[in-house]
Design a binder for this molecule. Structure first.
Ligand SMILES: Cc1cc2nc3c(=O)[nH]c(=O)nc-3n(C[C@H](O)[C@H](O)[C@H](O)COP(=O)(O)OP(=O)(O)OC[C@H]3O[C@@H](n4cnc5c(N)ncnc54)[C@H](O)[C@@H]3O)c2cc1C
Length: 391
């Protein structure tokens, strides 16, 4: 098999890249190790930055998002049983975010790719990426029990944190920057209308809680839990009781309960692999970097990376200059590190750290008070949350 761009992984990064390239008339093949149903059901992110919304629309993949997605103009911070709203458009000159689940983004992109795009092979597991410093890199893969080779001009590793593409960068050239947090998020999906019309981020002495949503009738809620917690350790009632405690306010707000349809624990880590390019291999999305979910940045960074790659390759085709491809890693990393910083700040602002001293806790509350009192502090948060521009 032969193509211009071999894409490993059909998460949001790989699927969107295939769409962007197709729109530019550049052919690609996507290899995805899982089956279609698994990819379409995998519960993950749900907040799309303004820039992500714009890219999906421009790619012709925004129709259902615009119909069914929920535009959000702010978030609420809760601490000391008080509520403080951050108004995004007022602080940023008009930006907002869109609540539209990653599962739906993937379903839309898969349907478009199968209808209009190049090959998208499910149950096709990449085994190794080879020859990335030559003009003809290759991906060895297994599809339905048969081994095969995909020959390409470029390979883009969109295969997530556990994928194989990162391994093709020699260890002596790789630098990894990492931080793991001593807690995770226990997340539930529940068939109940959200109890607030915007996301609520709560700092509580028992730990962080987040009230989020997927649709007007589906809530997504999270609790900070100790690292290594098994979701099965918590009954549904215990989860609702704990959410109620952590989200409690001094006014008459109440939390509506409903049937829990999914329950899982997400570990919290920050991870950056540098460089994001080696020869003709380009890493994109979670294959190159992970952020803790507090800032809702993971999916949005993936979109930024593949947009940068697609523009750079189009520039190469149109002008003959590979300057932008050569600068891919530096260009992406500037944005990645801003998102890492923002996610780190949101995480340390809102979570309870097991080794926090009383001094640390007072500082955390003072940071929240500052957000409630200072427009400059609010603007900084609103800027980060609605997203850093693409270069
Ligand atoms: C449990 C969980 C919860 C999350 N929650 C949030 C959240 O609430 N908010 C937020 O912003 N972000 C969240 N994230 C992060 C966000 O979902 C990711 O940043 C986003 O999925 C990145 O997209 P991606 O395409 O780079 O990687 P992925 O979505 O991981 O896609 C990688 C794809 O590659 C495939 N693959 C892997 N190895 C191979 C191989 N060898 N051959 C072929 N295919 C392969 C995988 O099956 C997968 O389909 C969460 C992540 C996880 C894991």
């Amino acid at each position: 098999m032969r193509t211009t761009v071999g894409i490993i992984g059909a998460g949001p990064a790989g699927l969107l890249l295939a769409r962007l390239l197709r729109n530019e008339g550049i052919d690609s093949v996507v290899l995805e190790s899982r089956d279609r149903g698994y990819v379409e059901r995998r519960q993950r992110a749900g907040i799309l930055e303004q820039g992500t919304v714009d890219v999906l629309r421009a790619a012709g993949a925004g129709e259902r998002m615009d119909r069914e997605g929920l535009r959000h103009d702010g978030i609420e911070l809760r601490f000391a049983r008080r509520r403080h709203r951050i108004d995004f458009p007022a602080l940023t000159g008009g930006s907002s975010v869109m609540v539209y689940a990653q599962t739906e983004v993937c379903k839309d992109l898969i349907a478009l790719q199968l209808r209009e795009g190049g090959p998208l092979l499910f149950e096709a597991e990449a085994l190794a990426v080879e020859g990335v410093t030559t003009e003809r890199p290759r991906v060895r893969f297994r599809h339905k029990g048969q081994e095969d080779v995909l020959e390409c001009d470029y390979v883009v590793g969109c295969d997530g944190f556990w994928g194989v593409s990162r391994k093709a960068v020699p260890a002596e050239l790789s630098r990894v920057f990492e931080r793991t947090y001593p807690f995770g998020w226990l997340g539930i999906l529940a068939d109940v209308a959200p109890s607030h019309d915007e996301l609520v981020y709560a700092r509580h002495e028992r730990g962080f809680a987040l009230l989020s949503m997927r649709t007007p009738v589906t809530s997504r809620l999270y609790l900070q839990v100790p690292e290594g917690t098994d979701a099965g350790e918590w009954s549904d009632d215990e989860i609702w009781d704990e959410l109620e405690r952590r989200l409690e306010t001094a006014d008459d707000w109440t939390l509506a309960r409903g049937p829990v349809t999914a329950k899982s624990v997400t570990p919290m880590r920050s991870h950056v692999h540098e460089p994001m390019r080696h020869g003709r291999l380009f890493l994109a999305g979670d294959a190159a970097h992970i952020v803790p979910p507090t800032g809702a940045k993971g999916l949005n960074l993936a979109v930024g990376d593949v947009t940068t790659f697609a523009r750079a390759l189009t520039h190469r085709r149109d002008t003959g200059s590979s300057d932008r491809l050569d600068a891919y890693s530096e260009t992406c990393l500037r944005r990645v590190w801003q998102a890492e910083r923002f996610s780190y700040e949101m995480t340390t602002l809102l979570h309870r750290f097991p080794d926090a001293s009383p001094f640390d806790e007072r500082i955390q509350l003072a940071r929240l008070e500052r957000l409630a009192l200072s427009r400059a502090a609010e603007t900084d948060l609103a800027d980060g949350y609605t997203g850093f521009p693409l270069e």
